[in-house]
Ligand binder design. Structure first.
Ligand code: SF4
Length: 423
């Protein structure tokens, strides 16, 4: 089986090499000083590739300045431009500014032929400048052309990305990685498994896969979802680069990713901290739970040299069963990690939403930073709290906006009222 290597700057991904740990800044890319500071902190923490929000041409220019400042300090960690909708922006970033560009070509145009033409144009620029590409499709972001045939399903995600991959191959471009993220760990794992098999069976070659559970949220449950989703795939030998996505300081993501990679060598249940124990539990039991295996195990082992207490074991087991979608004992939170598009302090809002809604066991609540990508990416949430503008929020019920443009100070209480009305 041919294993393709993607080269972004001085980092290689895939080909059976070591798994690359990456993260994404949550600064405003136009704030060059703050973005440089966060890149420095990420590089210092061991992050090997850093993505920045690049929604327009001004951000492309800022990305160039950030890269120049980092290089002048000797920090050569590859920078990835995160471009969602505009192929012109992706082309500008690929033309000698970013080491890698992340796109979903389906967002370039609703017309599939136009989107393909724009992708071809971008591929040529990537070839000319030696820029790598990631094609990333998230659950909830598939176009109607795919969902009308396959539904919003793991197989649909796989078939959609295989179409774009064939365009790349037809244009003799292979310097790329692929991702199929979802906040639902079961959907995410199945989508990557389908893709891995499709590459093997149809192409006879394996492109590097970028693994991540998107909108995982924060705290214990955010860590557990990543450990279950990413861990289940790593255990099968699937995955070449990982991003643990937390609604927290992105530096925290690096330690969790490293703990997860360590589990591949040592899957004992003795951990140095609760955080590490959670990651170990997700890695060890997640794949079996997702596959429908028994859930009557008792967590054992130790944290910081003392045996796990019964209460801790029960609590962590609840978090594990919920992350693996086996039993819901608390409300479920889907929260974006925030980025340069975020319109409010998402960490404090998520804490406020959690406090007000934790009692609604099994209800899925999304807290998303922006109206541009938030509604598409919150996939199967029952309710959504989405930043609409500065100080303004729109509340969603499923995919439908039900209270638009409301003042942020009223949004949590109105969200609670909305959920209570439906119960
Ligand atoms: S939903 Fe918006 S704010 Fe949140 S990470 Fe995605 S693009 Fe950034």
């Amino acid at each position: 089986m041919q294993r393709i290597v993607c080269k972004a700057g001085n980092v290689s991904i895939g080909g059976g090499g070591k798994i690359v740990v990456q993260s994404m800044c949550n600064t405003d890319t136009l704030d060059v000083a703050a973005s440089v500071r966060q890149c420095e902190a990420l590089a210092e923490a061991g992050c090997e590739m850093i993505r920045l929000t690049t929604q327009g041409l001004r951000q492309v220019t800022a990305l160039g300045e950030i890269r120049k400042a980092l290089h002048s300090e000797g920090i050569t960690t590859p920078l990835v431009a995160d471009v969602h909708f505009n192929s012109e922006v992706a082309i500008a970033a690929a033309a000698g500014i970013a080491d890698k560009v992340r796109i979903n070509p389906g967002n370039f145009s609703k017309d599939h032929d136009v989107a393909m033409a724009k992708l071809r144009e971008l591929l040529q620029v990537c070839k000319d400048y030696g820029t790598a590409l990631r094609i990333g499709l998230n659950h909830g972001s598939l176009g109607e052309r795919i969902t009308s045939v396959w539904g919003d399903t793991p197989l649909g995600m796989c078939n959609a990305i295989m179409e774009w991959l064939r365009v790349c191959l037809d244009n003799d471009f292979s310097n790329l990685t692929l991702s199929l993220k979802a906040s639902n760990t079961k959907v995410m794992v199945e989508a990557y498994e389908f893709l891995y098999r499709a590459m093997q069976d149809e192409l006879g070659m394996l492109f590097p896969l970028h693994l991540g559970v998107t909108e995982a949220g924060n705290g214990d449950s955010g860590r557990m979802k990543s450990a279950v989703g990413i861990g289940s795939l790593l255990k099968q030998g699937i995955g070449d680069t990982v991003r643990v996505s937390l609604t927290e300081d992105p530096v925290n993501e690096i330690a969790v990713a490293r703990m997860l990679l360590k589990c591949m060598e040592d899957d004992s249940m003795d951990a140095a901290s609760r955080e590490e124990y959670i990651v170990k539990a997700g890695y060890r039991y997640g794949s079996g739970l997702l596959a429908g295996g028994p859930d009557d195990f008792v967590l054992q082992g130790s944290i910081a040299g003392r045996p796990l207490s019964d209460e801790e074991a029960e609590d962590i087991r609840d978090i594990l069963l919920q992350a693996a979608r086996r039993r819901f004992t608390k409300a479920e939170y889907i929260a974006c990690p925030s980025c340069g598009r975020t319109l409010y302090d998402i960490e404090s809002v998520l804490a406020e939403v959690r406090k007000a809604t934790e009692r609604f066991a099994g209800v899925k609540i999304a807290v998303m930073g922006c109206i541009v990508n938030g509604p598409g990416e919150m996939a199967d949430a029952d309710y959504g709290y989405v930043g609409q503008g500065v100080g303004k929020v729109t509340l969603y019920k499923g995919r439908t906006p039900v209270e638009k443009d409301i003042p942020q100070q009223d949004a949590v209480s109105r969200l609670v009222a909305l959920i209570e009305k439906d119960r």
